[in-house]
Design a protein around this ligand. Structure first.
Ligand SMILES: Cc1ncc(COP(=O)(O)O)c(C=O)c1O
Length: 374
């Protein structure tokens, strides 16, 4: 179905930056630079500078960044890692795949880990705290780092959705032992397929990630140091991401303007809760614009029938996917979020007209509801 307002618009995105993207791809292909060449190093250097760390290691996905961060911090069997269930499944899968046990705690109303609940989840086996900066909003890193240092925990940041977001002026991915980013096409900085990166100030973790992505091989000596994986960021992807990175600050500004417009037009509509949380310390990069309502499914159907594409991140709690083998940790906020959230169109290409049409449709929906739901 063609939507009047698509959730994201990759074709327009490509057309808008076609000359730069084509030039980056042509540069790689015409020189035969496909694997681990200068374009990748350039991107890693610029990404590290953007995040504000010493090292960035290009990987084939955000999942690999999470896995290699854990492995680089020597987390493994017998260890517990505290994280959230309100996240993409890869966060938890990485913990399981390194042999550790995920300990799931609830989130607060800003969708990020509730710092008040972290300490009660700490046991003598807890080794790490994997915080997820969801939707372009960074966690309260003052509280997180304070709790982590009190209990001697390694902090790993799942920043897959928060490149460019800041806390106290520092960017996501620069606080913990490692930051993990995804360049999945619809992320703040998206490639043309899967991609990711690990950022760190720790030379040991950077080296470990560099080895693991080459099946454990040190490319300079040819020595295999570990059983690793095939997980390198492709050179062509890196070249495109490098070209796009310079536009990221402007794209984030655009997303913030779109968010303000949604806010203005959706304030006091029905039972809607809007994602405008305190920005005293945080600067949000709005990967997603997520609203909450008890009438989520009906609102979503109304928007779909009127040509507005939306997404739900995520419709059921992770532990209800029985194949994942997780026990129900009893997280009430996570459960109600799953019932109530809906993500509205948000991208660098989203126009004011699209926001206005979407918000008109939302308002129309609520005007037809009974008074108890308005
Ligand atoms: C919060 C979060 N964590 C981890 C990931 C995993 O990233 P990737 O899809 O690149 O493996 C994603 C991306 O979808 C994500 O949104």
């Amino acid at each position: 179905m063609g939507y009047k307002v698509p959730f994201v618009d990759p074709r327009t995105h490509y057309r808008n930056y076609q000359s730069e993207i084509d030039a980056a791809i042509f540069d790689c292909l015409s020189k035969g630079d496909l694997i681990y060449r200068q374009q990748l190093r350039n991107f890693e250097e610029r990404l590290a500078a953007f995040v504000g760390v010493k090292y960035a290691v290009g990987l084939s996905s955000g999942y690999h960044a999470l896995l290699f961060a854990l492995m680089g911090a020597s987390i493994g069997p017998g260890d517990e890692v505290i994280t959230v269930a309100h996240t993409f499944v890869a966060t938890v899968s990485a913990i399981i795949h390194c042999g550790a046990k995920p300990v799931l705690v609830d989130v607060a109303s800003d969708f990020n880990i509730d710092p008040d609940l972290i300490e009660e989840a700490v046991t003598e086996r807890t080794r790490a705290l994997m915080v997820v900066h969801l939707n372009g909003r960074i966690c309260d890193m003052a509280r997180v780092t304070e709790i982590a240092s009190k209990h001697n925990l390694v902090v790993i940041e799942d920043a897959a959705q928060s490149l460019g977001a800041t806390f106290d002026g520092r960017r996501a991915g620069s606080f913990g032992a490692a930051g993990c980013f995804s360049f999945y096409p619809f992320k703040l900085l998206g490639g043309f397929g899967d991609g990711g990166a690990l950022t760190t100030n720790d030379a040991g973790i950077a080296r470990m990630a560099s080895l693991l992505r080459f099946n454990g091989e040190d490319r300079d000596t040819g020595e295999y140091h570990h059983h690793g994986q095939t997980a390198l960021l492709d050179n062509v992807q890196a070249a495109v991401l490098d070209a796009k990175l310079r536009h990221l600050p402007a794209w984030i500004e655009h997303r913030r303007t779109i968010a303000q417009r949604y806010r203005k037009r959706l304030a006091c509509v029905g039972d809607l809760m809007l994602p405008h949380f305190s920005e005293e310390k945080q600067f949000d990069s709005f990967q997603n614009y997520v609203i909450r309502t008890r009438s989520r499914d009906a609102l979503r159907a109304h928007l779909r029938d009127n040509g507005v594409e939306t997404l739900v991140h995520w419709p059921k709690p992770m532990w209800e996917h029985r194949g994942l083998g997780l026990t129900n940790p009893g997280l009430p906020e996570t459960e109600s979020i799953c019932r109530e959230v809906i993500s509205l169109p948000m991208s660098a290409e989203t126009t004011f007209e699209q926001v206005d049409y979407t918000t008109e449709q939302v308002r129309e929906f609520f005007s037809t509801l009974g008074p108890d739901r308005r």
